[in-house]
Design a protein around this ligand. Structure first.
Ligand code: ARG
Length: 464
């Protein structure tokens, strides 16, 4: 007889290749603490329902604690022949406490076990990511508050468009990350149902208490349909989908950090802690952390694709294909957590070069819209006409090779005689940014208000 846990009806052991393709222990050992927690909840429930004796339950709980300690101390022995984390723990339990250990697997299957373990793991990962994103929001809002008046160019098409404040730019990411956190929170709410007790696929004839195991593992309720409970991986897809979009946001910011820190822009300097040097060019400082955050997005989005394709076309209920869900889920969520931490570090350490930002903010006639708005507001000109007049002024400035605020009043009046010296009040970049005080606009007063509002809210969440 084959000595494996399921070997009762097998005469021969598996081929070496079968063992290799079948074993998940190299990666699912990550579920070790979750598997122990779910097994303890199961044992306590079995005893409370009179399915196993209190004495056996006590031996099981004690054994599981010992096994967890072995795992944490690094003394637990893994072997491919034992396939996965579930059989490893059960086999060791039987080795430690004898036949009582064999009673733990009553009224459960590896199918509801793995579904439970993975949910617990993803739930913890979401909580860790949320804490990281909260840190990132407060790093951004802190930096925004001290840069509420720091003027920089705002771009469309990466062409200088209008002056904005650096604080406003940073606060844009605070908003994005707020939505990312909302998506993770939604996913967490939906996933918080317990598959445990669905057993292999059909439920069980033992008088179990699924409410009890659900409650003791922090789930809101047991999943209502046993077939769905063992084959649902929506929760993992939702988490990885939220991670993918978050990673896309981080990559956009990372790209800006790369561009801003380049010599051509010179808008920010990054710290030694998040840059590296070149092995040949002694003068170089490379924004590697930002580049890697940008690149890791590929892995994270790849995880989403891998997971969706593993699930596509799977009939109910459990299929072994589902074992392939773990590596993308682990890698995608762990990679995102790392990218978030690196981004927090870069934000906290980055220093804006205010003079360079301000100079660039005034380049390329960035206050032309302010001139057009002035013509509308002061001379009651229709905006379309003001646009045309301003276009002629820009052309004149180009010919004279001067910025708008350096044009003589005569030059301006040659194009529109009603223009007065008052116009110079709106042509500077600082005035331009300050004037955009509509709700959600870039004016320093808005930025300060928004940064303070977020910081207050984030602080409150921090002590939750
Ligand atoms: N290692 C398996 C997985 O990750 C556990 C479930 C195995 N179930 C089974 N019926 N073979 O999916």
């Amino acid at each position: 007889m084959n000595s494996r846990m399921w070997g009762g009806r097998f005469a021969e052991g598996p081929d070496a290749v079968m063992e290799e393709i079948n074993a998940s222990i190299d990666f699912d050992r990550k579920l070790f603490p979750q598997d122990i927690a779910a097994s303890k909840a199961q044992a306590e429930m079995l005893a409370a329902c009179g399915i196993i004796t209190a004495n056996d339950a006590e031996k099981i709980l004690h054994g599981l604690d010992t096994i967890l300690r072995e795992f944490e101390a690094g003394t637990f022995t893994f072997s491919r022949a034992l396939e996965d984390v579930h059989t490893h723990i059960e086999a060791r339990l039987i080795e430690l406490i004898g036949p009582a250990g064999g009673r733990l697997h009553t009224a459960r299957s590896r199918n509801d076990q793995v579904a439970t373990d993975l949910r617990l793991w993803v739930r913890d990962a979401i909580d860790a990511i949320d804490a990281g994103l909260r840190d990132l929001q407060s790093a951004l809002a802190d930096k925004a508050l001290v840069n509420a008046t720091t003027v920089m160019p705002g771009f469309t098409h990466l062409q200088t468009a209008q002056p904005v404040t650096f604080g406003h730019h940073l606060m844009a990411y605070v908003e994005m990350i707020g939505r990312d956190r909302g998506r993770f929170a939604d996913a967490r709410r939906r996933m918080n149902e317990s598959p445990l007790g669905a057993a292999a696929l059909a439920g069980t004839s033992f008088p179990i208490d699924r409410q009890a195991t659900a409650a003791s593992l922090g789930f809101d309720r047991p999943a209502a349909n046993s077939l769905d409970a063992v084959s649902d991986r929506d929760f993992a897809v939702e988490a990885i989908a939220a991670a993918s979009l978050t990673a896309v946001h981080l990559s956009r910011f990372a790209e800006e950090i790369v561009v801003w820190s380049s010599a051509g822009f010179g808008f920010i300097s990054l710290s030694d802690r998040f840059t590296t040097g070149s092995s040949i060019m002694p003068q170089k400082r490379n924004p590697d952390a930002a580049e890697l955050v940008r690149a890791k997005t590929g892995r994270i989005v790849g995880s989403l694709t891998a997971l969706l394709i593993v699930l596509k076309g799977l009939p109910l209920a459990y299929q072994k294909d589902m074992q392939e869900d773990k590596e993308p889920v682990f890698d995608g969520l762990e990679t995102l957590a790392l990218a978030i931490t690196a981004t927090v570090g870069m934000v906290r350490d980055m220093e804006p070069n205010k003079a360079a930002m301000r100079k660039a903010a005034g380049a390329a006639y960035s206050t032309a819209t302010d001139l057009a708005d002035w013509l509308v507001q002061t001379l009651d000109m229709p905006f379309r006409e003001a646009h045309a007049v301003t276009g002629a002024v820009v052309q004149r400035a180009e010919t004279l090779n001067r910025p708008l605020h350096r044009l003589a009043l005569d030059d301006l009046q040659a194009i529109e005689p009603r223009i007065t010296a008052d116009v110079y009040g709106v042509l500077g970049v600082v005035q331009s940014a300050a004037s955009r005080n509509s709700y959600g606009g870039t004016a320093p007063a808005n930025v300060r208000k928004e940064a303070r509002r977020w910081l207050k809210r984030l602080k409150k969440e921090g002590v939750r």
